[in-house]
Design a protein around this ligand. Structure first.
Ligand code: SF4
Ligand code: SF4
Length: 334
């Protein structure tokens, strides 16, 4: 079967290479495995006379759903996964191969999403090797279509399913792909500060939600996009006139822009609603600013920004419920 692959961004995606730092296998959260993976391991361990180790390493979760059926124990020292060895290699991988691992272990830090327009691919910014690539990237991240599959394996598990046409008739989410591209264009408008881009995005989302109540939503949406692009173009021309010598290196703001764009590409607006998307992006920006207390322009600001992004990405991946609660709590206080 021929698939369409949609990358954010092919260069970043294809340049990723694991540096074997072991960060993803040494963490605070539980590494959960699916029901299939649990029984695949039971068979492996029992067939090799290691039933005792299987019982120590895998614990069934009460009421476990098929996709989160059991978890892997941690080592007593250092919090690493039971199977992580002293050279940061996975013993399970070495013994039984890539396909034997649970899908989460197979795909991380890759982030494949199954959508109506194809298989969409990006990376998780919680992996230090990904962050390093993003921190050296000055140009905006590009959404690019291709019929070539990525070099990496393990793309039969998806982190989300996004089919906008299945949304109710008057939901703006039926136009999710058009909206996503527009939101990303706003987030990448470097003639505005990050704060201004987020404020503009909030206004646009409010307008979109308002327009969705009326007939001819699609025509009105196109008109809104045209007005917005005109505004952004004027800003860009003004800025070019004022600032001819643009720096050609990534700054903390550019890294933050890449991270926010990546969150939008991960379809947070579709999964949690457009208003929550705006709140989550603003929370990410505020959190990053609050953590970047070093003197402006110093290398320490980049380090603080990177640490804040890793923290946020981990919260998004492993503690999403709490993150969304935090958004609502903050909302209540405003
Ligand atoms: S955190 Fe990234 S670089 Fe480190 S081991 Fe995991 S995938 Fe590899
Ligand atoms: S099973 Fe292997 S890849 Fe998965 S978390 Fe454990 S050590 Fe890492």
């Amino acid at each position: 079967m021929v698939h369409t692959y949609i990358y954010l961004d092919p260069e970043l995606y294809n340049r990723f290479s694991c540096e074997m730092c072991g960060t993803c296998c040494r963490n605070e959260w539980l590494v959960t495995v699916s029901k299939d993976s649990y029984y695949r391991n039971e068979q492996l361990f029992k067939s090799t006379g290691r039933a005792d180790e299987f019982a120590q390493a895998f614990t069934q979760l009460s009421g476990g759903r098929p996709e989160e059926y059991a978890y892997i124990a941690k080592q007593a020292l250092g919090g690493g996964c039971w199977f992580l060895d002293s050279t940061n290699c996975c013993r399970l991988h070495r013994e039984a191969g890539h396909q034997h691992l649970d899908s989460v272990c197979q795909i991380y830090p890759r982030y494949p999403i199954n959508t109506a327009r194809g298989i969409e691919l990006t990376l998780s910014f919680s992996c230090p090797a990904v962050l390093k690539l993003a921190a050296h990237r000055f140009e905006p991240l590009m959404i690019t279509r291709s019929d070539k599959p990525p070099v990496s394996a393990g793309l039969d598990a998806y982190t989300a399913q996004v089919f906008p046409s299945q949304q109710p008739r008057y939901s703006p989410l039926r136009y999710y792909f058009e909206l996503e591209q527009h939101f990303i264009d706003i987030l990448q408008s470097r003639s505005l500060t990050i704060e201004e881009r987020l404020a503009f995005l909030q206004t646009v989302v409010e307008e979109v939600l308002d327009l969705a109540k009326f007939a001819e939503f699609d025509r009105q949406l196109q008109q809104l996009f045209c007005r917005n692009y005109q505004f952004l173009d004027e800003k860009a021309i003004q800025q070019q006139a004022e600032q001819l010598n643009e720096q050609d290196k990534a700054t903390p703001d550019i890294l933050l822009e890449h991270f926010l764009v990546n969150l939008v590409f991960k379809k947070i607006g579709f999964l949690y609603g457009l208003e929550n998307m705006v709140r989550l992006l603003q929370l990410a920006w505020r959190y990053t600013i609050s953590r970047s207390q070093a003197a402006p322009g110093t290398a320490a600001v980049m380090t603080c920004t990177e640490a804040a992004i890793v923290h946020l990405e981990l919260q998004y991946s492993h503690n999403r419920k709490e993150l969304l609660n935090m958004i609502h709590t903050q909302e209540g206080k405003q």
